[in-house]
Design a protein around this ligand. Structure first.
Ligand code: KIV
Ligand code: ZN
Length: 388
């Protein structure tokens, strides 16, 4: 019997991702991405924040009509008017979720909300109860949870679970937390909530210190079972935990994270590229998993190792995340073995002497910064593409 537990992947590319300044998406673009996310196998798609704009409302409504097998969620502040609109927007979805939130840190309660702890607690409980009387699946988020007083948070969470929330999300709203202590915080919090076993604990980590993925992984080591994330790590400011990083960390390090997800990783690269094309946000070449250099080997020693045994320099297979195959790049750091192996892969059968001469010529042009094309190599050997 397997002792693997399932991890819920909650994608918020269409909501928090769209909050990246300049990353707006049209209704039809959101529908296209929602279909790709459904195909990828995410468990929940947060399609927008219904009250934010008429466009957001329409997009959630349309996504809810089209998506049949994935739960569709709308965000709502802890206010009846927001919740009513969110419920109306997801009405046509076969699987619905309302995600309501209020800030719980001293800083936010005092300076942003101008509310006391008691008022915040009342608003949270009333909002969850109101939503739960109308839909089956309610998530509650304690905004700025990572900087909130743990005893107040535990008291509030106990009551929102009692009021009907089945998912409790602890956001690191400002990306301030660091992995070890964030994991401990989640564990201690769950221990302090007497009815914690009645809900799934979730985290939503921002990337201001570049720690969103690490914090999310630390949280699942300590009891969280849902991760909120986005394709390419898109999101407010420095973004959210990147879905592709979280999923591939779990898949690659099953020794540490014995979880299953419903994600088919071969769809990751295509989805990343569509998100990038639609939002106009380029993916940096060295971005983990989906950057164009993520599986490209240029150093001679690495190329030689890869040709002998891929496991020497690859912890994942490029094709498993949707690339066409791992790439050997011929550049000034490349070695003889990689060069010759590439020549052979082009179908050129040459004498050793010719190969050595071509290698010298290649090194000179690579040093001069001149990119080498396969057509040039073919010409060096006096062939045409038709002859190969
Ligand atoms: O970062 C955050 O706190 C959020 C919540 C609304 C979940 O996006
Ligand atoms: Zn967020």
């Amino acid at each position: 019997m397997s002792n693997q537990q399932s991890l819920i992947i909650f994608d918020t590319t269409l909501r928090d991702g769209e909050q990246s300044p300049g990353a707006s998406m049209s209704v039809s673009e959101k529908v296209e991405l929602a279909l790709l996310l459904e195909n990828l196998g995410v468990d929940v798609i947060e399609a927008g924040f219904a009250v934010a704009s008429a466009g957001d409302y329409k997009a959630i409504e349309k996504v809810s009509e089209v998506i049949q097998h994935t739960r569709i969620c709308s965000l709502a502040r802890a206010r009846q008017q927001d919740i009513d609109l969110a419920i109306a927007a997801v009405q046509k979805a076969p699987l619905q979720r309302i995600h309501t939130f209020i800030a719980t840190s001293e800083l936010h309660m005092k300076h942003k909300l101008n509310m006391t702890q008691e008022q915040v607690l009342d608003s949270a409980v009333s909002a969850v109860r109101y939503a739960r009387n109308r839909v089956d699946d309610v998530e509650f988020s304690a905004e700025d949870g990572g900087r909130s007083d743990i005893d107040f948070l535990a008291q509030l969470i106990e009551q929102v679970i009692e009021a009907g929330a089945s998912t409790i999300n602890i956001p690191d709203t400002v990306g301030y937390c660091v992995p070890h202590s964030f994991g401990q915080f989640i564990r201690q919090l769950m221990n302090k909530v007497p009815n914690a076993d009645k809900a799934i604990f979730s985290v939503h980590c921002h990337n201001d210190l570049g720690l969103a993925t690490a914090n999310s992984l630390s949280a699942i080591e300590n009891g969280a079972r849902q991760i909120e994330c986005t394709i390419n790590g898109l999101g407010e400011r420095a973004g959210n935990a990147a879905l592709e990083e979280v999923v591939m960390a779990v898949n690659t390090r099953q020794d540490l994270f014995p979880f299953t997800t419903g994600i088919n990783p071969t769809g990751l690269v295509n989805l990343s590229q569509r998100v990038s094309e639609i939002t106009g946000f380029a993916v940096q070449p060295n971005k983990s998993i989906v950057g164009k250099n993520a599986f490209a080997h240029e150093a001679g020693i690495h190329q030689d190792g890869i040709l002998k045994n891929r496991a020497t320099y690859e912890i994942m297979r490029a094709e498993d995340v949707g690339w066409k195959g791992q790439q050997i790049v011929l550049g000034k750091h490349s070695g003889r073995n990689a060069f010759i192996s590439h020549i052979k892969s082009l179908g050129i059968d040459a004498e050793q002497q010719q190969l050595e001469a071509a290698f010298e010529r290649f090194k000179q042009s690579a040093d001069a910064g001149q990119p080498l094309t396969d057509q040039q190599i073919i010409q060096w050997f006096g062939r045409t593409e038709e002859q190969l």
